[in-house]
Design a protein around this ligand. Sequence first.
Ligand code: ZN
Ligand code: ZN
Length: 346
Amino acid sequence: MLAAAFDGTDLKLEERPRPEINRKEALVKVKAASICHTDLRIVDEGHKKLSGEGTTVLGHEFTGKIVEVGDGVERLSEGQDIVVAPNVGCGKCEQCLSGNHHRCPDYRAIGISIDGGFEEYFKIPSEAILRGNVVAIPEGIEPKEAALTEPLSTCFNAQTACGLEVGDFVLIIGAGPMGIMNLMMAKYGGASKVIVSEVIEERQERAEEFGADFVLDPTEFPLQEQVEEITRGRGADVSIVAAPVGQAQLQAIKSTAIEGRVNFFATLPQGEAVEEFPSNYLHYNQVYVTGTSGASRTHFVKTLDIIASGRLPLSEVVTDEYPLEEMDEALEKARKNESLKVIVRP
Ligand SMILES: [Zn+2]
Ligand SMILES: [Zn+2]
């Protein structure tokens, strides 16, 4: 079978034997896998969770159909369409025991430390089955939508952490794919107005297409002033930073209302820093700053139900689709500002 595997330097297509499963594992025929910014970062810089041995199949945002189940596996059956939460916790620590495998200090990551979804057949590791990482898809969800369960669930996690309430003014900084998915989740969650800040013109247009109420360019006027004007001087109730820029984090805090909540959603690249720590702004305005990464199984399940509601224009986030054979082209496309989510189909 065909697989796209990382050898420590490059992501290359290779022929591999179809994985054999033991009695506690299951085999999935992958239908669609989405390219994440993390995949691009791994190709460019590597990742601390890479095993360093042999090649690893990347891809942690994917969906498929179960085609074989070991006789020691309960709950899963052949023919089921599923998604897999990619972080497999140790199952023993405080975070795992509280249902937060994504925060386990020793989690193993499907698509980084364990072979992932950029391949025709994916073997579900037994620990992933035992820990409940495999979730059946409700009916009526297209594979390309299901493949976005993981990234969308991280938006759900961020907005839950911010306590987003009906009627909130929401500011989203960055209109890449994650900014756009945060935008649609905020609208779904009841935001009265969603304000998007973005410097790249193509992405400003995208934000408009996806229903942003205001699209601002922070290089024209200070963002804080623009947000104050829109919110009648109040500031945003919730601000989400979906751009990997230190300065954007500072702008987000200063654009946030008294008792507002800020989420640092995007990972900052190594060496990227915030120039100033706005201690007194936080102090006088009682602003809550949160950060989130990944999502729990509960977030995953709820996100699938939200997708199944059909109320998000999620399939429109997929701007490009390629067969797995054209992985190089797909990666190139995913790096371009004109694309949002790029899907490969093994
Ligand atoms: Zn991802
Ligand atoms: Zn753990």
